[in-house]
Design a protein around this ligand. Structure first.
Ligand code: ADP
Ligand code: MG
Length: 463
């Protein structure tokens, strides 16, 4: 990127962050005069002492943000006062104030009409992902009810904004957000809905950075919609510039009362490398998880799917599948599809084939045993020969640290508990402590802890 191009991008980006008057007097004239990639330093020439002071104080975070967007990492900034080149004005200048106006009234911001067209052009909704085809059970009842409520009155006034849905894979998050989009589209054909994965958001954003296009169109697209749905948000964690852009998108939408719906594989605070301020905002509305379906729900899902696929399967075969495949709905579905394909194509008898199929898909040995936090704590205490009270206590003796770390790690690996809940189980510790401990054992385990982990897992029947 040349210095000229960087200047243009920077100015365009700051334009969305400051008021018009500030923009015209302080931002439009600024020029990037040097960039040292190796030293991580950038110099800007600004039009006067006042500009330098403002850019160093009130406007500093906006400036840093904009630089980060374009440079992809933080740079040390030097501001020099000097002659700045006059740049062509891209907009028609705001009307001169009328004679009676107070002298310092900032000119009104340009009125850009929100993008109200092309609503469906890139929605790509999956036709079968509707509420009608979604089976409700204990594991998803709350999320389903909230999704319905959001579809009825998206945005302002509903308490589920943002609606944040999380679960392991294959449990219906994408299905539900498509169902919400279908329903809103039916009820409010005029509303502008954007539905995309976080990855698509990132690719589109990076594309603009690389092609050095102005950000205004992208921003208008995502900050000017009525409903924004982002699937798999965890994909942008740690991608600093994209996360930053999403943060501002979120703020703009939230302030304007648009509905935000997010899906992810984890609770916001459990997403590694996710900025704290982003995670906090995502829990402002309703944060709810989907648990794996119980037997009844699995059976109901299989009945529904076989109807959708137009295949006839005896109830006892469906029950057998429901009994054995407990992981997630996607696995249930694929078992059904395989079953139907094989029997149709090879002419096998379904009853014979189902056993064969289950042998492949869910061999009894692979069905992972469920353990709970108490069992793990108990067994870890036995292994290290310490009483439970010490394991949970605040005492920081050296000989207690390793047992605690190992136990925290095992709880995290083998239960669905969040870091906060694990903190609770360990005598009310802060979740950050748990994250640190789990990371330590995961990334840098000692010989001693590896041995202990193996022995505890054997005792628990996890191996
Ligand atoms: P996720 O986004 O959580 O990974 P998906 O929404 O892609 O999961 O769901 C995986 C498959 O399971 C999809 O085909 C979806 O239709 C189906 N599915 C998930 N939950 C349900 C449910 N409660 N009722 C019916 N189908 C479901
Ligand atoms: Mg999904």
């Amino acid at each position: 990127m040349t210095l000229d191009e960087l200047t243009q991008c920077l100015v365009a980006s700051l334009e969305t962050k400051v008021d018009r008057r500030t923009f015209e007097s302080l931002i439009r004239p600024l020029v990037v005069s040097s960039l040292d990639d190796t030293a991580g330093a950038v110099t800007l020439v600004v039009p006067g002492e006042m500009a330098r002071t403002r850019l160093n104080t009130k406007l500093r975070s906006a400036l840093d943000e904009s630089l980060l967007e374009h440079l992809g990492r933080p740079f040390a900034v030097t501001l020099e006062v000097g002659p700045t080149t006059a740049k062509p004005r891209r907009r028609t200048p705001a009307a001169e104030p009328a004679a009676g106006d107070p002298p310092h009234t900032p000119p009104a911001p340009p009125s850009v009409p929100p993008a109200r067209t092309a609503n469906d052009v890139d929605l790509h909704l999956i036709p079968s992902y509707t509420f009608d085809n979604f089976i409700v059970g204990n594991g998803n009842r709350l999320v389903h009810a909230a999704s319905l409520a959001v579809s009825e009155s998206p945005g302002k006034g509903n308490p589920y904004n943002p609606l944040y849905i999380y679960s392991d894979t294959g449990l219906g998050k994408t299905h539900l957000i498509h169902a919400i989009a279908h329903r809103i589209r039916q009820r409010r054909p005029d509303s502008v809905i954007r539905l995309l994965t976080a990855e698509m958001f990132m690719v589109e954003f990076i594309d603009i950075v690389h092609q050095r296009k102005p950000f205004s169109q992208f921003r208008q697209k995502y900050r000017g919609c009525d409903v924004l749905m982002v699937d798999d948000i965890q994909l942008i964690a740690g991608k600093d510039a994209t996360e930053e852009e999403f943060f501002h998108t979120f703020n703009a939408l939230y302030e304007s009362g648009s509905q935000i719906i997010i899906a992810s594989d984890k609770h916001p605070r459990d997403i590694p490398r996710f900025q704290e301020r982003m995670a906090t905002r995502l829990t402002w509305g309703l944060t709810a998880d989907i648990q794996p379906p119980d037997f009844e729900t699995r059976l109901a899902i299989l009945r529904n799917k076989s109807e959708l696929l137009g295949i006839q399967v005896k109830d006892e075969i469906l029950a057998l599948l429901a009994q054995r495949i407990k992981t997630n709905v996607r696995d249930l579905e694929s078992a059904l599809v395989k079953l139907s394909a094989s029997t149709r194509l090879i002419g096998k008898d379904m009853g014979d084939y189902v056993e064969e199929l289950l042998g492949e898909l869910a061999p009894p040995t692979q069905i992972s045993k469920k353990v709970d936090v108490q069992e793990i704590l108990q067994t870890a205490c036995e292994e290290f020969e310490i009483p439970l009270s010490l394991m949970k206590s605040n005492r920081r003796n050296k000989e207690l640290i390793l047992p605690r770390h190992v136990a925290m790690f095992l709880v995290r690996e083998h239960t669905q508990l969040s870091f906060e809940e694990i903190g609770e189980a360990f005598g009310g510790r802060h979740y950050a402590t748990i994250i640190k401990a789990v990371d330590k054992v995961r990334n840098n385990p000692s010989q001693e802890s590896l041995g202990a982990i193996e022995r505890i897992k054997t005792r628990l029947g996890l191996k």
